[in-house]
Design a binder for this molecule. Sequence first.
Ligand SMILES: NC(=O)c1ccc[n+]([C@@H]2O[C@H](COP(=O)([O-])OP(=O)(O)OC[C@H]3O[C@@H](n4cnc5c(N)ncnc54)[C@H](OP(=O)(O)O)[C@@H]3O)[C@@H](O)[C@H]2O)c1
Length: 252
Amino acid sequence: MKYAIITGSSKGLGASTAKQLLKAGVHVVGIARETNDSLLQVAKETGATYQHFNCNLSDTNQLDRTFEKINDQVFKKDTELVYLINNAATVKPIDIATRLTSEAVQAHMQLNLIAPILTTSLVLKRAKHCGIKTVITNVSSGAAGRSTYGWSLYGSSKAGLNRYTETVALEQAELKTGHQVILFDPSIMDTNMQGDIRSTSPEAFQDVEQFKQYKADNKLSNTTDVANVLVKILLDDTAIINGKYYSIKDYL
Ligand SMILES: NC(=O)c1ccc[n+]([C@@H]2O[C@H](COP(=O)([O-])OP(=O)(O)OC[C@H]3O[C@@H](n4cnc5c(N)ncnc54)[C@H](OP(=O)(O)O)[C@@H]3O)[C@@H](O)[C@H]2O)c1
């Protein structure tokens, strides 16, 4: 049996990825603050199981407790492979550095950077203990590689995630564990996150008009198309290149 643990499964790319994996017969465990009942319906139709855990990933205690339970459920005798997809993230707050509050900075970094670091560590530790192969995908963004006015937090949290992922991949390779850690950059998609970006003021985000234009010109990808690519990469697990930055631009 194969299991996938997906953070941010309630909507956007996470929900589409959960759906595609269920259709491929992979059992899915989803994590978000809200539920998405359509995934239960998909599970019913496919025979794979979908289980949802309500968790605010910005809260470390909740994260620890949730992953203890999830690891107990997925790392079992008859499990051949566990996927972890660290997808949940926020672009907010968008603003210049001098207007960011401590609370907002902390919540952002906790969700976008600390949570995937903690989940990667918890899952790899359990995988080592149980001797079950694990493939971890950390969802990145082109924003990690360039500076965007108003996006100091989002750009730096994703840049940190890139360095973290590449370092863990190197460690796993050196240790010959067989576990793989990759990055996946979905590029611009038509989700709530893009709605958050478009609703920002030009004072906070200079390029807001350009992002409104992306939507008007239909330049945003559909999450189903992006998830199809990610799931194809993941299902062909012997071809996955540990530490690789997979970009949707090479596929769509
Ligand atoms: N959309 C784009 O154009 C774009 C571009 C490049 C990269 N990305 C990356 O792609 C990934 C998915 O983005 P998306 O556009 O699909 O985002 P989205 O539609 O805003 O969905 C975000 C998901 O994260 C969950 N989430 C947010 N805060 C959370 C919290 N505190 N605790 C637990 N779950 C939380 C949300 O669930 P709840 O609200 O139910 O908690 C939701 O399921 C992200 O890593 C993003 O950085 C997106």
